[in-house]
Design a protein around this ligand. Structure first.
Ligand code: PLP
Length: 460
């Protein structure tokens, strides 16, 4: 039974709507967007409720709740941004947006205890490395699987484990063979030659920047060869006089093939390497990112032969690179969408990449009209644009799209871009041809409202 005073105080808490209608709320909503403002008010009320239940007497006026909500939002470093760049997997803007099911799974794992490392049926310790394994093996046809923190870490771990095995077996200085055309930098200083050095392997380069043949690998392969490394060139393309060797051919040479397919997809999208294909082609280990074309949380996923996956699990780096429970929960939910055949509808990344151009044109037209309604003095039009998958997928994977363009003669596009970036919910577009382009392909539900809020603040 609650004490009368406590019950009274709980009853006196204002409703969410009342707070959002109170003086000052309009500016608050304009600053943070309706969705963000509403959830902050809910959170502020929830805090007040908890404080009352704990015997406290917080000030419960609408103004006080609003101030508390403002405090919740203002100090936050990592916050929502509107991606109007048309780059779906924008590395600087957080790559993949999770599906509703993945968000719910991550929230669930965050808010309660879980069987992260516990075998509920047996009543004893389990392993976090077991969770996504059945789904990954089912989806890729591989024998075994391992999930770590990110793809760069998975590549380092795979090479380190292969090298460590060789040392245990006393097989001399371990070598890893790699094409000169694949000695790439992924970004953020992650360079294949340096990763190989870190793993303890001696790098054996073969071929040239533009052409490498199977015979090049063949000549370099000997009893010291511990692996053949194949890396997807991800963020650049060589055109013209080129030749390269695929995983299937490499697998004929004998040593295990470690294939870092980067953005590897589970569904055929374009020319992107499909994970299942690398497995079928005989890669001993296939490594890919969780938050690129897979459309899930940041993770490094490895599928392949049990022997090598076990070697990776035993390696000390595995513990250092382990994925956390939020990631594992979101990843499992993402993988279920593939298993259930709903990935193209459920995962925002695939939905954005697959939406028809006509739909984008309608969306751009609607947004342009709304912007013109809100700011009749702005020069606004709609133009065909090119969206990209981004995030270290083929840079040439482009999708026709539409953009709302703001500016024109006499308007400094850079200034408009800067003003939209400094809005309560920053809006990031791209400046080209003297205008700010807002590509609608990467907009999420509710983003139009945030854009209109930002536009509303332009004159002021
Ligand atoms: C993107 C990429 C990586 C790094 O993936 P992260 O998930 O960002 O660590 C590694 N290798 C290739 C080929 C990539 O494209």
């Amino acid at each position: 039974m609650l004490e009368t005073g406590t019950r009274e105080r709980l009853r006196n808490l204002p409703a969410v709507d009342a707070v959002l209608r109170s003086p000052g709320a309009e500016a608050f909503v304009a600053r943070h967007g309706r969705a963000g403002a509403t959830s902050a008010v809910r959170e502020a009320l929830e805090r007040a409720r908890r404080e009352i239940l704990a015997g406290g007497e917080p000030e419960a006026s609408e103004e006080a709740v609003l101030a508390d909500a403002e405090g919740l939002l203002s100090g936050r470093g990592l916050r929502r941004v509107v991606n109007a760049t048309g780059v779906v997997l924008h590395t600087n803007l957080g790559r993949s947006v999770l599906s509703e099911a993945a968000v719910a799974a991550a929230v669930g794992a965050a808010a309660s205890y879980s069987n992260l490392e516990y075998d509920v049926a047996a009543g004893r310790r389990g392993s976090r490395y077991d969770h996504a394994v059945p789904l990954l093996t089912e989806l890729t046809g591989a024998e075994d699987a391992l999930v770590v923190n990110n793809c760069a870490g998975a590549t380092l771990l795979a090479l380190s484990a292969v090298v460590a095995e060789a040392r245990e077996e006393g097989l001399g200085e371990p070598e890893v063979v790699v094409s000169r055309g694949q000695l790439i930098e992924i970004g953020g200083g992650f360079r294949i030659p340096e990763v190989l050095e870190l793993s303890g392997a001696r790098m054996r380069e073969v071929g040239t920047t533009n052409r490498t043949r199977l015979s090049d690998y063949g000549r370099a392969t000997n009893e010291s060869t511990r692996a053949l490394l194949w890396v997807h060139p991800s963020n650049f393309e060589i055109e013209g006089f080129t030749e390269s060797v695929g995983v299937a051919e490499l697998a004929t040479l004998g040593p295990p093939v470690v294939a870092d397919v980067g953005s590897g997809a589970l569904l055929p999208l374009s020319d992107e390497p499909v994970v299942e294909r690398a497995v079928r082609d005989g890669a001993a280990l296939t490594i890919f990112s969780g938050d690129k074309l897979l459309g899930g949380p940041q993770a490094g996923i490895v599928v392949g032969e049990s022997r090598w996956i076990s070697a990776m699990r035993r390696h000390p780096l595995c513990r250092a690179l382990r994925a956390d429970k939020l990631c594992l929960a979101a990843l499992e939910a993402t993988l279920y969408a593939y298993r259930d055949g709903t990935a193209r509808e459920d995962l925002p990344t695939l939905r954005m990449l697959g939406a028809p151009a006509g739909e984008m044109q309608e969306r751009a037209n609607r947004l342009a009209a709304e912007i013109t309604g809100a700011a009749p003095d702005l020069l606004v039009d709609v133009a065909p644009s090119v969206a990209r998958s981004g995030g270290g997928t083929l840079p040439l994977y482009e999708v026709p799209s539409y953009a709302v363009r703001i500016g024109g003669e006499g308007v400094a596009a850079d200034a408009v871009a800067e003003a939209l970036r400094s809005a309560a919910t920053p809006v990031v577009g791209r400046v080209a041809d003297g205008r700010l382009w807002l590509d609608v392909r990467t907009l999420l539900e509710g983003d139009e409202e945030a854009i209109l809020d930002a536009i509303g603040g332009l004159g002021g």
